[in-house]
Design a binder for this molecule. Structure first.
Ligand SMILES: Cc1ncc(COP(=O)(O)O)c(C=O)c1O
Length: 471
């Protein structure tokens, strides 16, 4: 009996040992597959190996090249941010003052904001864009929602139009801020098209082409319009041209989506720059508008923005708000507070608001002075071509007409960083670097002249009156 028990125990022990050996072999074999850990040398194929490299985002690539450049003459004309005459980033004095007040405000905490944002901020942002006495505000048919800056407003707006309003086609100006096309595609529009905006020969607005292309757009298409200080061309439609655009859009039942990233930077006057949006509302359009405080309050990294929806009947607002709530909830849940608290402090106090408006005017005047300085220097150096468009253009940017090969030479040989489209940020010019920039442009253009067809307008005749399209 005892013997049989012993034999049984022995057998059990052997089985256990085999089990241990089996598990040991299993672990050894499987761990071989993961030997790529910290000190593994024969790495297996990564699950991420399917990922192909995406092209770099040009502006951020330029920032990196600029930062790595050790040349003391280097100039960064690529990034769309305001610079002082010392070439430094600018914190607006009113923002500095409000920031100190925020830090010392014992009532503030870091609780979540509501999904659609802070109510006071939303109201102030809406009033800034539309004007307090706007009929749509009085009739309570405007819905402003806080967004992650201008980009977030464009994205939430496009998501809403494509997913909730089932719009199929979106039109972006050609050229435009490079993110518009990408956002529209990602948002889910079935077709994303460009409408001609620029006449490269005359370096002005191709109004006739723009109108005729919009006149052929499928009914109900969404059209993204830059409210002021068009990026990258620095060229806005005149009021007469805006009226023509509104007329065509009305006749085709096109849906306007205004991108307002530069309110105040075009004319130096906050209200004046909002005129196109206000005009479209007056004309009875329902519309969307994306607002940003990155540029006009210098709040770039604080991501203060707003999406303003104007409806023709306030009864739809609760439904619209409920869908937007879901979109935002599933995307980033709720927006950040610091930047919008600053905006609220500036816009919510008359004294602060006046100081801010006068700072915007000063910033816009400095840009105008730099436009003049660059254009005059190029003329003085007898740089081939015409350079008056630099002065005629408005806002932060100048679409210089320089070609990709000029941009490449300026970057590689002169340490002047700019976009290959020929766009430069005029704010980055200073009284100290403008001469160097002009001389460098002069050199590259003399070596490789521009094909300046300045006496040929978009229709092929040499009529200089390009402001109208009176067919
Ligand atoms: C036309 C346009 N829209 C939107 C934006 C977005 O700006 P942000 O997201 O910094 O507010 C920019 C920024 O350069 C722009 O030029």
């Amino acid at each position: 009996m005892i013997k049989a028990e012993n034999i049984f125990n022995k057998m059990q022990q052997v089985t256990m040992n085999w089990r241990y050996i089996y598990v040991y072999i299993l672990i050894k074999c499987s761990s071989k597959n993961y030997s790529g850990g910290c000190d593994g040398d024969d790495k297996p194929k990564s699950a991420f190996s399917v990922i192909k490299p995406a092209p770099p985002v040009e502006i951020f690539h330029m920032i990196k090249l600029f930062q790595d450049d050790k040349d003391p003459k280097k100039v960064n004309l690529s990034v769309g941010a305001y610079r002082t005459d010392e070439g430094k980033p600018y914190v607006l004095p009113i923002i500095k003052k409000c920031e100190k007040e925020l830090v010392n405000d014992p009532k503030l905490n870091h609780e979540y904001l509501p999904i659609l944002g802070d109510p006071q901020y939303r109201k102030l942002a809406m009033e800034l864009l539309l004007g307090k006495d706007n009929c749509a505000i009085i009739e309570e048919r405007v819905l402003p929602i806080q967004t992650i800056s201008g980009t977030g407003a464009v994205r939430v707006g496009c998501d809403f139009l494509a997913k909730c309003m089932k719009r199929r086609v979106a039109y972006c100006s050609n050229p435009t801020w490079e993110n518009h096309f990408g956002i529209c595609r990602t948002a889910g529009f079935k077709k994303v098209k460009g409408y001609t905006y620029w006449n490269p020969k005359k370096r002005n607005l191709a109004i006739c082409k723009l109108l005729s292309e919009l006149a052929e757009a499928p009914e109900g298409s969404v059209v993204i319009l830059h409210a002021s200080a068009h990026n990258p061309t620095g060229t806005d439609p005149s009021r007469k041209q805006w009226k023509q655009i509104a007329e065509v859009m009305k006749s085709r039942n096109l849906f306007p989506f205004f991108d307002t990233a530069y309110q105040g930077f075009a004319s130096g006057d906050i209200d004046r720059d909002a005129w196109p949006v206000r005009y479209f509302i007056k004309e009875g359009f329902e519309l969307l508008a994306a607002q940003s405080f990155s540029k006009n309050m210098g709040l770039y990294c604080e991501r203060a923005g707003c999406l303003v929806l104007v409806l023709n009947d306030k009864k739809h607002i609760p439904n619209v708000a409920s869908q937007l709530t879901l979109l935002v909830r599933q995307n980033y849940s709720n927006p950040p507070a610091h930047g919008i608290r600053l905006v609220t402090k500036v816009l919510g106090c008359e004294e602060n608001r006046c100081e801010w408006a006068s700072t915007v005017k000063k910033m816009s005047s400095r840009i105008k002075e730099m436009r003049k300085a660059l254009s005059e220097k190029l003329v003085e150096l007898e740089t081939p071509g015409k350079w008056d468009h630099i002065v005629k253009q408005i806002g932060m940017f100048s679409f210089t007409g320089l070609k990709p090969q000029h941009a490449e030479k300026l970057i590689n040989d002169k340490h002047i960083y700019m976009l290959k489209s020929g766009r430069i940020n005029v704010c980055a010019l200073t009284t100290k670097n403008v001469e160097y920039v002009a001389q460098s442009i002069n050199e590259v253009v003399k070596a490789d002249p521009l094909d300046d067809g300045e006496d040929c307008d978009e229709d092929g005749d040499d009529d200089d009156a390009d402001d109208d399209c009176d067919e």
